[in-house]
Design a protein around this ligand. Structure first.
Ligand code: HEC
Length: 186
């Protein structure tokens, strides 16, 4: 026990010395040691699981997922998370940790697992993630639009460029309709 305490003390002193001296490299291009990265990922996932566990998926209109959800995603998220068919951006390349590319994830077919994922996505989108570039959108958006964005994010899993393009075109067509531009002929 005494031995353990001495070692612990030495470790704490070492951390304080390194942190004070500025030799710890805070640069985004200097990767964490793999054990540190594992520890952060573990704590991060536990935190998200715990906070998302008791959320109740609110009723969002399925149609809004591909309208307002997609519109928000297309405008606010693609710089970092990209969209199907999009090449890495100057921002996405420089991020550490990297932002996940959702359309490269496998689709989740089971309803139950889907709602678990939507809850986690909701929590992260609303609250953001410390010490990453993931912003807290809950400061500027209500829960309803965040549920819709979470469902859209899940829908992106496995989506290809052509499908994404079609959804965007449908969205644009809908808009020109709303604004009464070219809808007099039909
Ligand atoms: C400035 C860059 C940036 C923007 C803009 C951004 N994100 Fe993120 N996002 C990140 C990063 C980086 C992570 C990963 C953080 C980590 O590794 O813990 C992340 C993580 C997430 C996660 C967690 C994924 C998982 O499996 O745990 C979700 C969901 C998410 N973002 C959704 C969104 C949505 C939706 C938007 C737009 C409304 C958005 N993000 C905008 C950078 C960004």
């Amino acid at each position: 026990m005494k031995m353990f305490l001495s070692l612990l003390f030495i470790a704490i002193v070492a951390v304080v010395i390194v942190a004070t001296s500025g030799t710890y490299n805070i640069s985004a291009t200097e990767k964490h040691w793999s054990i540190v990265e594992k520890a952060i990922t573990w704590a991060r996932n536990n935190s998200i699981d715990t906070h998302a566990k008791n959320l109740v998926v609110s009723k969002f209109d399925e149609k809004e997922v591909l309208s307002s959800g997609l519109e928000h995603y297309h405008a606010m998220c693609t710089e970092c998370h990209l969209s199907p068919g999009q090449k890495p951006t100057e921002i996405s390349m420089g991020l550490y940790p990297q932002a996940p590319v959702f359309h490269e994830r496998s689709p989740i077919s089971e309803q139950l697992n889907q709602s678990e994922v939507i809850k986690k996505y909701f929590w992260v989108i609303k609250n953001g993630l410390k010490m990453t570039a993931m912003p807290a959108w809950g400061l500027s958006h209500d829960d309803k639009s965040i549920w819709t964005m979470a469902a859209l994010t899940l829908k992106l899993h496995g989506m290809n460029a052509q499908q994404y393009e079609e959804h965007i075109r449908a969205l644009e067509a809908d808009h020109s309709h709303d604004h009464g531009h070219d809808d007099h002929s039909h």
